[in-house]
Structures are given as structure tokens and as C-alpha cells.
Write a protein that binds this ligand. Structure first.
Ligand code: PLP
Length: 313
């Protein structure tokens, strides 16, 4: 792991807490990994990935960092926040889909003075081409970070997270996270395979991409970066569809989970990712997927900005 440069951007380890009231309600042992408290911006999972991605950008001498996502992308906002910390310029080329007014993550980007460009396209290939066009026009070294920071290098942040959980002294039978672009789930699943083979990782899909192919492909690429020789099979990850009416469109079940968590634990989930993912955990509990003695860890991947800018359904 130590062969890849990493920049210290966040506050780690993030806390692991027992959700006492929700555990009682669901009749299971539920814990939460507070990656909503990663210490940059309003927190969130992308900081772990950016510790690797921006280190790579710096090492390559980049002065400008491009990334992309939807209009309310938490990843894009956190890329701008982390770049600001490092004295690098971030340019966000976002898909026009989602809430584009100065709300939520758009407001935070406005406060940071980030350059934001909306492109009316549904194809990321158009956006990456625009990054190259702009980068060449600027005439300075630039670095492209993919949507969600989900490439093999970004995944290493979540392989690290498994070791961090291990160092916090507790074992878990199940780890549950949201899956939006795949890097978090792939990193956790590879990390668990390498360091916590007794733990099953469950990815709650909140978008409609083919994650059954994306997840193992990212796991294999990340394993290759680490130089570990592992066979990745369908047993190494578990996926559930929690997307509901569509990506970034709140679901009734997800909103109920946001309320349950707020009312019982004073913790805020978001309607796009973590609310839907926690709704998936509740479903699993109701299906009897967790045995009484098993500990379950929910990874709170952040998303606070999205609470203030969601489409109504
Ligand atoms: C990006 C994001 C996710 C999904 O993580 P991926 O690595 O993209 O699958 C989950 N929760 C929040 C709040 C996010 O911003």
C-alpha cells in the first residue's frame, strides 16, 4: 500500500459508533463508520480517494484538476475543497442533470469560488474530451479525475479504510455502503477479501449502471495496483438495487431511513446515497439477513450538501 503517494487531507481514523436506538428498533447490532466526518468540506467518502488521486496529480506536476459528476456531485465539491487546501485550481465540468441553482453543493462551490461549467450531455466521453480541449487551451499541466474518483487508484482509499476499521479493534460480519460510481464498494470489498475474510460487504446501488461488472473490474484493477494476486469471484461482493425512481431522485423508503436516523440517533443521512443505502440495511434486517450475534457496520459516506438541494418526488 505504501508504494503509492498519498496526501494527508482528512481527519482519520473516523469514529465507529454503536447505533443504540436503531439497534434496539431493528433487533440487530448496528454500528456506523462516520465517513461523513472526514474533515474536509462537509465530510464524505471522496476525501479518502482524493488523498491518492491528488497526490498523483501533484506528483505529475498538475496545476489544474478537472473532475465531473451531476450538478449536485458531492465528489466534485470535495475535489474543489481538497484542491483549494493544496493550492491547486479545480475546474468542474458537470452534467446539467440535477439541481443547478445556487443550492446545496452549488452554493458551497460558489463560496469556494470554484469554476463550474455545465454541459448539456448524458455522455461522460463528451466531458472528458472537453477537459482535454480546455486543458490544452490553458497550456498548463492538468489532471483528470473520473466521475466519483472511482478508478483503481481512488479505490485504494477504501482498501485503507478496511485496515483502519480493523485497527479500531472490532470485527464485523457485514459492512454496508452505498454504491454510486463503484469505488467505495470495490475498495471495501477488496480490503475485506485481503484483511477481513470473514466479513461480507454489501453494496446498495443508487444508480442503474452495470455494477455487477463495474465492481469486480475495479477490484481486479486495484488488486493489480497493489501487486496482490487474488481471484475475484461473484462471492466477493453482494449488490442490491436501492435506486428506486432513479439516480438522485429521492425514494419513499430512502426518505424514511433519513428520518429514522435523524429522529433516533441525531445523525443526518442524505436522500441520494446514504438514505437509500440505509433503507437497504433496514430491508436486510427485516429479511433476517443478520444473525443476533453478528455486528453490522454501516459506512456513512456523507452527502450533507445534497440534503439542501434535492428534486422533489
Ligand atoms: C459518491 C458518494 C457515494 C458513492 O460512492 P462511490 O464510490 O461513488 O460508489 C456514496 N455516498 C455519498 C454521499 C457520495 O457522495
Amino acid at each position: 500500500m505504501n508504494t503509492y503517494p498519498k496526501i494527508n487531507l482528512g481527519i482519520f481514523p473516523t469514529p465507529v459508533q454503536r447505533l443504540d436506538n436503531i439497534s434496539k428498533l431493528l433487533g440487530c447490532e448496528i454500528y456506523i463508520k462516520r465517513d461523513d466526518l472526514t474533515g474536509v468540506g462537509l465530510g464524505g467518502n471522496k476525501v479518502r480517494k482524493l488523498e491518492y488521486l491528488l497526490a498523483d496529480a501533484k506528483q505529475q506536476g498538475a496545476e489544474v484538476v478537472f473532475t465531473t459528476g451531476g450538478a449536485q456531485s458531492n465528489h466534485a465539491m470535495l475535489t474543489a475543497a481538497c484542491a483549494a487546501k493544496l493550492g491547486m485550481k479545480a475546474i468542474l465540468i458537470l452534467k446539467k442533470r440535477g439541481v443547478t441553482e445556487c443550492l446545496g453543493n452549488q452554493l458551497l462551490e460558489h463560496l469556494m469560488g470554484t469554476e463550474v461549467i455545465f454541459m448539456d450531455t448524458d455522455d461522460y466521453a463528451d466531458i472528458y474530451a472537453e477537459m482535454d480541449r480546455m486543458g490544452q487551451q490553458l497550456g498548463v499541466p492538468y489532471y483528470r479525475i473520473p466521475c466519483g474518483g472511482s478508478n483503481a487508484l481512488g479505490c485504494l482509499g477504501y482498501v485503507d479504510c478496511v485496515r483502519e476499521i480493523q485497527s479500531q479493534g472490532m470485527t464485523f460480519s457485514h459492512i454496508i455502503c452505498a454504491e454510486g460510481s463503484g469505488g467505495t464498494m470495490a475498495g471495501l470489498s477488496l480490503g475485506a477479501k485481503l484483511f477481513m475474510p470473514e466479513t461480507k460487504v454489501h453494496g446498495m446501488m443508487v444508480d442503474t449502471d452495470p455494477f455487477d461488472r463495474i465492481t469486480p473490474a475495479l477490484m481486479r484493477e486495484a488488486a493489480k495496483l497493489l501487486g496482490v494476486d487474488v481471484q475475484i469471484t461473484a462471492d466477493d461482493f453482494d449488490l442490491r438495487d436501492m435506486c428506486g425512481p432513479g439516480y438522485a431522485i429521492p425514494s419513499e423508503e430512502g426518505n424514511a431511513a433519513v428520518s429514522l436516523m435523524a429522529q433516533n440517533e441525531g445523525i443526518f443521512l442524505d436522500p441520494v446515497y446514504t438514505g437509500k443505502a440505509f433503507a437497504g440495511l433496514i430491508r436486510m434486517a427485516e429479511e433476517g439477513a443478520f444473525k443476533a450475534h453478528e455486528r453490522v457496520l454501516f459506512v456513512h459516506t456523507g452527502g450533507a450538501g445534497g440534503l439542501f438541494a434535492v428534486l422533489k418526488n
